[in-house]
Design a protein around this ligand. Sequence first.
Ligand SMILES: [Zn+2]
Length: 348
Amino acid sequence: MIGKCFLTLILKKPAQEVVFSRKKQSQSHPTISLNNVHVERASQQKHLGIILDEKLNFKQHVDNAILKINKGISVIKKLCHTLPRKSLLTILYKAFLRPLIDYGDIIYDQPNNETFCEKLKSVQYKAALAITGAIQGTSREKIYQELGLESLKNRRWYKRLCCMFKIINEEAPKYLVNLLPKSNQTIVTRNSNIPAFYCRTDCFKYSFFPSTLRDWFNLNDYIKNSESIAVFKKRLLSNIRPIKNNIYNIFDPIGLKLLTRLRLGFSHLNEHRFRHNFQDCLNPLCTCSLETEDTIHYLLHCLHFSQHRFDLINSVKSVSNNFESYSDNDKRNILLYGDSRFESVLKK
Ligand SMILES: [Zn+2]
């Protein structure tokens, strides 16, 4: 039954009906029966893996995905002690957990769904914390950079545009291609002009076709005119996916966790804890002197670790003779991130 305000679908056996309506007050709706069997009213239905609720706001679908992902994050937390490489944990997240968020996201990615899109954002952040062992409160951008993860908002933007690329280039099913606004000119090339949608309501304006077409118009011609979907994806990703920091195949879960915390600028050093308002940290100074206990102090000057530092610097000198001549900042960067130039020296 299709009406102006609502649409009823009968989806399952025993038959159930869901009345879809965006109106705040529920509409009176006659009960229906099939072969004298009463059709039950339901508030939601799962169809092709997507939970359709009667308001079509997909809140239930997202909540359900978050529940499953949280279970997966608990598994990552356990595995991080036995799986040495954080790149392996990232692969696990990308292969088994992120698809739960990805599924159907181009449909519900709308400005009026900001609230639960925020919830999803915090789920990816929690997963990133579990993978790296970083402390809660670490900068989201830094941790995504460390792992080479794009934000979920950018990812949804990317996925919507990939879908639109296929539709415009008629690589998508006909029933999607036919939904593009019609112009006098038939769409035959990638450069053809596509008219914008006329949107009378915000609900339609923010839905997939009008909003994605607006994003499409904002892309530069170099990206829009990509010769294939693979090239298009590569060009889009280069704008949103950070290049991850190298961990040089190190097999040391605890060492890597501590190194990552230093890289992210949030470890148990006093300067980091003081900056993040830890109540038991009254000043950023180190107990060895009156110097601030930041990353440079810890790696290069702290009196508590003189012998450790002597051994460390000696091993670095074996691949870089002029290490001592570098500035403190350069030394810190080499100790935290390594240097690809050393790899060729080590291979000799
Ligand atoms: Zn010190």
